[in-house]
Design a protein around this ligand. Structure first.
Ligand code: F6P
Length: 357
């Protein structure tokens, strides 16, 4: 008999349901008697004891369903050890609920912040197995996170659609792709969509280099330019600011986002009108792509196996084409960023893509 608590935390993504289904199918398939406690809306459910008892049937028919049947929310790690507004010790509350329900383990699906809290719970003596979800693909210890490929598909579709209208009108278009700290999604969608310029947080851009590229294309007879910009793209000037001054600048809200600032700077410097498209949360929505369905199912199955073997304290990840278990203490608090020297960046440059550097 296994008693499993399960929760999905942080921004949602495609294939969360597929991953949970993978875990449960594996346990049920082993003919184990399982009790599944689905905590609602992420860590909140565990803190306040909000859960639903689930059976294998609840996980039937959800392989292709986007979102999460458990709901999700952000419970920032930064304040997890602070009491809530009623003075409740949140970490203690999570431990108490875990012990009260006599759980054997928690299965936690999430990204960076979620993994910091999962590691804290492990340090506090709870059995934890985690699964790497995020459209940002920025979790350390895994080459891939589920949700990423589906989001690449959505962002690429957006760039594809912009391409045809940009070509008709001979315009410069910016498509803003999700990713505040890392540029994996922008880089991959940008390359897949044939963007001419890709701006990501890891490579601060020089606006004059961006304009040079646009003008070079026009000189060579191209009527339009597509710029894929990550939410967190940053100019060389801004990258040189202190953290405090940069935050102050962002707080002034002169522009809704970095793309509008880039568009305005191009207009001011060249008189060209630039159009901005922000697909936003559509990138996290809809049905998971086939890759993510298979990938999340595989991760879920391996997580189920770890639970059956009584191996806890790991994230199930993917390294060099193998599913691996990575100690949680190695994952927590680290970001997997795009190195400006990564071979994918070099290859993109060989193709003539400008990074504004
Ligand atoms: O963590 C995934 C992510 O979609 C990021 O790419 C994006 O910057 C952020 O979440 C958006 O967060 P929220 O849904 O809280 O607006």
């Amino acid at each position: 008999m296994k008693r499993i608590g399960m929760l999905t935390s942080g921004g949602d993504c495609q294939a969360l349901n597929a991953a949970m289904r993978g875990v449960v199918k594996t346990l049920v398939n082993d003919k184990q008697k399982v009790e599944i406690y689905g905590f609602l809306d992420g860590y909140k459910g565990l803190i306040y004891g909000n859960f639903r008892m689930l059976t294998g049937n609840d996980f039937s028919g959800i392989l292709t369903k986007g979102g999460t049947i458990l709901g999700s929310s952000r419970t920032p790690f930064k304040t997890i050890q602070d009491p809530d507004e009623n003075g409740l010790d949140k970490v203690e509350a999570m431990k108490q609920n875990y012990h009260k329900l006599q759980l054997d383990c928690l299965v936690i699906l999430g990204g960076n912040g979620t993994h910091k809290t999962a590691n804290l719970l492990r340090q506090e003596g709870l059995n934890v197995v985690t699964l790497p979800k995020t459209i940002d693909n920025d979790l350390w210890g895994t080459d891939m996170t589920f949700g990423f490929q589906s989001a690449v598909n959505v962002a690429t579709d957006a760039i594809d659609c912009i391409h045809t209208t940009a070509a008709s009108h001979g315009r410069v278009f910016i498509v803003e792709v999700m990713g505040h700290k890392v540029g994996w999604l922008t880089l991959n969608a940008g390359m897949a969509g044939g963007a001419d310029i890709i701006l990501i947080p890891e490579i601060p851009y020089d606006i004059d280099k961006v304009i040079e590229k646009i003008e070079e294309r026009e000189k060579n007879g191209s009527r339009f330019t597509i710029v894929a910009v990550a939410e967190g793209a940053i100019s060389k000037e801004d990258a040189a600011l202190s953290k405090k001054d940069y935050k102050k600048k962002l707080a002034s809200k002169k522009y809704p986002s970095v793309s509008y600032e880039i568009a305005d700077r191009i207009l001011q410097k060249t008189g060209r009108e630039v159009r901005v498209t922000v697909p936003g949360h559509t990138q996290r929505g809809g049905s998971p792509c086939p890759y993510d369905r298979v990938f999340a199912s595989r991760l879920g199955a391996e997580a189920g196996k770890l639970i059956l073997d009584g191996q806890y304290g790991f994230m199930v990840g993917y390294k060099n084409r193998e599913i691996v278990k990575v100690p949680l203490e190695d994952v927590a608090g680290k970001l997997k960023m795009v190195s400006p020297d990564a071979s994918i960046v070099k290859e993109a440059k060989l193709l003539g893509i400008c990074f504004g550097d």
